[in-house]
Design a protein around this ligand. Structure first.
Ligand SMILES: Cc1cc2nc3c(=O)[nH]c(=O)nc-3n(C[C@H](O)[C@H](O)[C@H](O)COP(=O)(O)OP(=O)(O)OC[C@H]3O[C@@H](n4cnc5c(N)ncnc54)[C@H](O)[C@@H]3O)c2cc1C
Length: 417
């Protein structure tokens, strides 16, 4: 059987794989990235956070991404019971990136892959990794070249699993665990003809808290299309009438704020439904391997954290692998698991507070101080590893305290308010 040798094998060429590969290649490491699909391919996850811009900048890809002319996202708007609250991303904490982009993923992922190759990454499409055997002296991956069904092996010193929902190592190493969040259903498509706000507000992401169950996203692109999607409980979804497209339309129609914007929109892409998207793993690294991006834990799309966490993990893991290959000792528990656990933990706290309905109370509390709004905006911008934001410490505790204060303040108000 044919064999290829490399320092690092990267499984999957989504944002995580391309970013990790680009960083390693630009530091002179030999890295092969194997991607089972052919690009462009569609993946959901189109609203970025400002933190992604900092990470793309760090790996030398921001300029190429910006050159694509994607819609600039300057705010996140939450709509609830006839009211709306906008978080302007430039009003985060000092040093935060002030804006980001809304990206059609087939194009965005293609740009990252092309940039990674231009930095020296050996990236091959149509190659599926089917097994990995870890030995004392390295890893042996079994690969199928899907176009001609040819099988071969890749021998690597280290494996970065960036396979997203492919979940290659979580399956092979039995790392899958029960997710922290209940499984929900998401259904999405793209439309044309929605009534967009104008000027700086056009590129905002809208998160509509649905009056009955769950929420809707509205993500505008610069090509005239808008991504729309629902997230709700499986039982509620099952009871909506019709096929998935009809269910999605019924769901949008029963949300007045969303429908005001979408009533004249027409679908221009197929409808996709994902039943249960949350994932959790028992370990982020082991001897000669690390999980990166969606191959680790995936929480929930409500705060658009997926691509940011994919890049955060990719850049960090690639730096650590580079050091390890250079003969340095790396404390993966402290240097990888700890910061990634912290970042995921902050988002998890916000997501849980959102689904308990408490975050909405906090978002719409008129007496919230400007400083608290800046701190929350910083989190919504994906800056979850800053040490100077109380919400990146004990995020759950801070949110509960804040919510208690909001409720206490409400109770003191006259009934007429
Ligand atoms: C409903 C929903 C909405 C979302 N919305 C957002 C959003 O608005 N913003 C956001 O930032 N994130 C969002 N996300 C999350 C986002 O989709 C992911 O976090 C992001 O795509 C992760 O990137 P990745 O590189 O880790 O994985 P992926 O982008 O999934 O890439 C993994 C790659 O690995 C390849 N692969 C898989 N198995 C193999 C194999 N055996 N061999 C070789 N290659 C393989 C796949 O073909 C794929 O190309 C959303 C997720 C869901 C479910």
């Amino acid at each position: 059987m044919m064999t290829t040798n490399t320092d690092v094998l990267i499984i999957g060429a989504g944002p995580a794989g391309s970013a990790a590969g680009a960083l390693l290649a630009s530091r002179g490491r030999s890295a092969i990235c194997l991607e089972r699909s052919w690009f462009p391919r569609h993946v959901i996850g189109e609203s970025l956070l400002p933190r992604t811009d900092a990470l793309l900048d760090e790996i030398g890809m921001l300029e190429a991404v910006r050159a694509r002319g994607y819609m600039v996202k300057k705010g996140a708007v939450f709509l609830h019971e006839g009211r709306s609250e906008r978080f302007c991303l430039e009003n985060g904490l000092e040093g935060d990136r002030p804006e980001t982009l809304q990206v059609p993923r087939e194009d965005f992922d293609q740009v990252l892959a092309t940039e990674a190759r231009s930095k020296g990454l050996d990236l091959r499409f149509g190659q599926e990794v089917t097994g990995v055997d870890f030995r004392d002296d390295g890893a042996i991956a079994s690969v199928v070249d899907l176009e001609n069904d040819r099988r071969y092996e890749v021998h690597a010193k280290f494996v970065l699993d960036c396979s997203g929902y492919g979940r290659v190592l979580p399956r092979l190493l039995d790392l899958e665990r029960e997710p922290a969040l209940p499984q929900r259903v998401s259904c999405y498509t793209q439309v044309e003809g929605d009534r967009r706000p104008s000027g700086d507000l056009e590129g905002d992401v809208w998160i509509c808290s649905h009056p009955d169950n769950g929420w809707l996203w509205i993500i505008p692109f610069s090509n005239g299309r808008t991504s729309v999607g629902s997230v709700c409980d499986p039982d509620y979804w099952a009871k909506l009438p019709g096929n998935d497209r009809e269910k999605l339309w019924a769901y949008m129609q029963s949300d007045p704020a969303a429908w005001e914007r979408l009533s004249s929109a027409v679908p221009v892409a197929k409808t996709t439904t994902i039943h249960g998207y949350s994932r959790k793993v028992s370990a982020l690294h082991g001897d000669r391997w690390a999980l990166v991006g969606n191959a680790t834990d995936f929480l929930d799309p409500v705060f658009s954290s997926g691509v940011t966490l994919a890049l955060e993990t990719a850049v960090l893991a690639a730096k650590l692998v580079d050091r390890a290959l250079g003969g340095e000792s790396v404390e993966w528990d402290d240097e990888y698991d700890a910061p990634i656990g912290k970042a995921v933990g902050v988002f998890l706290a916000f997501i849980e507070s959102w689904y308990r309905g408490e975050l909405i109370d906090i978002f719409f509390d008129d007496r919230r101080t400007p400083e608290i709004k800046r701190q929350i905006t910083s989190i919504l911008g994906g800056h979850v590893l800053r040490d100077d934001n109380p919400f990146t410490g004990d995020a759950s505790g801070e949110l509960r305290k804040l919510h208690d204060r909001v409720r206490a303040g409400r109770a003191q108000q006259p009934v007429a308010e």
